[in-house]
Write a protein that binds this ligand. Structure first.
Ligand SMILES: [Zn+2]
Ligand SMILES: [Zn+2]
Length: 135
């Protein structure tokens, strides 16, 4: 069982299954949504994810058609993304985890949109946009 929460602690969740497709996304929308050089995210099955507390605080912003970014309406922590075309999976903002998921990002995507003030210094594969098949 993995647990996480937002900065203010008003929203808490737990995950009962494995995370997959862990990556760092450097697209401009992720950078703005997270106020950071990139967003680290993992895929989680919707059936493995459960809000424990504060689901009513989670606010969704539709950053592109059908792509909803959920964040805490009180403190602003990015929490969860969902897409209309596949409601069976969520994109989890790794930074909100309290537990160690035991896996680490395996690639950088949307590197063509990377912030000019950030250098990638690891040896993970880099993709200019979204790879056709996520590593
Ligand atoms: Zn919060
Ligand atoms: Zn992105």
């Amino acid at each position: 069982m993995l647990r996480g929460r937002c900065l203010c602690g008003g929203v808490r969740y737990e995950i009962s299954g494995p995370l997959s497709d862990v990556l760092n996304c450097h697209c401009s929308m992720c950078r703005k949504a997270h106020g950071a050089a990139f967003r680290s995210r993992a895929r989680v099955k919707a059936t493995d994810f459960r809000w424990i507390e504060g689901e009513e605080l989670v606010t969704y912003f539709e950053s592109s058609p059908g792509h909803h970014r959920g964040f805490c309406g009180v403190c602003g922590s990015p929490l969860l993304g969902r897409v209309d075309r596949d409601p069976t999976v969520y994109g989890l903002a790794l930074g909100t985890l309290d537990d160690d998921p035991g896996i680490k990002p395996k690639s950088h995507i949307f590197v063509a949109s990377k912030a000019p003030w950030f250098d990638i210094t690891d040896d993970l594969p880099q993709f200019p946009e979204r790879p056709t098949k996520a590593p």
